[in-house]
Ligand binder design. Structure first.
Ligand code: MLT
Length: 397
């Protein structure tokens, strides 16, 4: 027996577990203090009424023998046609033509962003932006791949562009970016698409936060860029769009046009999923199918507007304090520079101890995140306002 020793090369704990552990220790030592969490991007608005009604109807159907369902229909990428149809229509509204065969239902973008790596050889070189969502790095460390980084810095607005002298087979992009909130314009994404096509590379494009984009210049899907269907897989999630962090549902687009070494990646992914995944529950899929209806979109739009107000409040306070930050505009994340040259974990402890506010240390998202800190706009209005009051009072003092 031999272990996969690549696991031993991982950091001791996953970023959000480390934050949770430190927070729990503080809470245990100071049970009388009210902590406000603006750390992990977990939503606080309830599910949209249209989603709840659809889930209740589906649960009722499951309780009657005439309408009971077992496994999701085969040959439909684990998705019920009514859900796949709403996804295809939502892409059409963004000007992207897809077929239902291009779409695979998942239990969220995080699982697929790791699982997709099954399709690619361990000998591939992976290009990962830094800073970025830590799951990309961790899953590729587990697979033992060679990793190169694309540096996101203040100078490039945390939006690294491809370098001609760097070769990569797999490229992770996340826009709007987690954690920096910076988003690529369509023109910038086109440069990445051209680079991937020239290098025969595949882009794994994480669009989990696309619903926060409010400006036309920014891409809401990589397929809004010409050539992307020949080189990109897109990961989407209902978590942040529709409050599904606890419900769990997402979708992954593997276009039929995406072919490498003469093999269709769509076919390969279908084969992989058939062997390793049994799909998402009917009740969940029916809830998700209500999201991109007229009524559903109006209701989730209200939740997104709510979070946008939080983002604006956080941004206003940081601007007043003269603290440099990115994000908060087309993104629910605000990426601030730690004051007085503090490193990320020092600032984490400083805020926890002195303001009882929990954020996320930037260094957990990569080397270039050191000295930065992430706040999320997914809290309640009340908590966000109070947290920012506490932060302002502390930093002004
Ligand atoms: C985050 O806070 O970065 C996200 O909520 C984590 C996730 O989506 O897994």
């Amino acid at each position: 027996m031999q272990l996969n020793r690549n696991f031993l090369r991982l950091k001791n704990s996953y970023l959000f577990s480390a934050v949770a552990e430190r927070t729990a220790a503080y809470r245990k030592a100071h049970p009388e203090r009210r902590l406000i969490r603006l750390s992990i991007g977990d939503v606080t608005r309830p599910l949209a009424p249209a989603v709840v009604a659809a889930m209740k109807r589906a649960a009722d159907e499951m309780g009657r023998s005439e309408t009971f369902r077992g496994y999701a229909p085969s040959g439909t990428r684990m998705g019920y046609p009514s859900l796949l149809g709403t996804i295809v229509e939502s892409y059409a509204r963004k000007g992207v033509a897809l077929g239902e065969e291009d779409v695979f239902i998942s239990d969220g973008a995080k699982s697929d962003c790791g699982n997709l790596s099954d399709l690619f050889s361990a000998d591939n070189t992976v290009l990962i932006p830094d800073p970025v969502y830590p799951a990309y790095l961790d899953t590729n460390v587990m697979a033992g791949r060679r990793i190169v980084f694309a540096d996101g810095t203040e100078e490039n607005g945390f939006l690294p562009m491809p370098k001609r002298d760097v070769r990569a087979d797999l490229i992770y992009l996340c826009s709007p970016n987690n954690p920096t909130g910076a988003a690529y314009t369509r023109e910038e994404l086109k440069v990445w698409v051209d680079y991937a096509l020239e290098n025969d590379a595949v882009i794994l494009y994480d669009a989990a936060y696309e619903f926060f984009i409010g400006e036309e210049a920014f891409a809401r899907s990589i397929y809004q860029v010409e050539g992307a269907k020949q080189c990109a897989i897109e990961l989407c999630s209902y978590s942040k769009t529709a409050g599904f962090t606890g419900v769990r549902c997402g979708y992954t687009v593997v276009p039929r046009e995406l072919v490498r070494e003469g093999v269709s990646l769509n076919r390969l992914w279908e084969r992989r999923q058939a062997a390793k995944f049994n799909g998402v529950s009917y009740v969940t899929q029916m809830g998700a199918a209500a999201v991109f209806t007229e009524e559903g979109e109006r209701q989730i739009g209200e939740a997104i507007a709510y979070y946008r107000e939080n983002a604006a409040l956080i941004s206003d306070v940081l601007a007043r304090l003269g603290i440099p930050f990115t994000g908060g505009k087309n993104s629910p994340y605000i990426w601030m520079k730690c004051p007085q040259g503090m490193d990320s974990w020092t600032f984490f402890d400083y805020l926890l101890n002195n303001a009882n506010v929990v954020g996320t240390p930037g260094s957990g998202f990569g080397r270039n995140g050191e000295g930065y800190f992430r706040l999320t706009a997914f809290g309640t209005h009340e908590d966000t306002a109070e947290a920012m009051q506490r932060i302002a009072k502390l930093l002004e003092a």
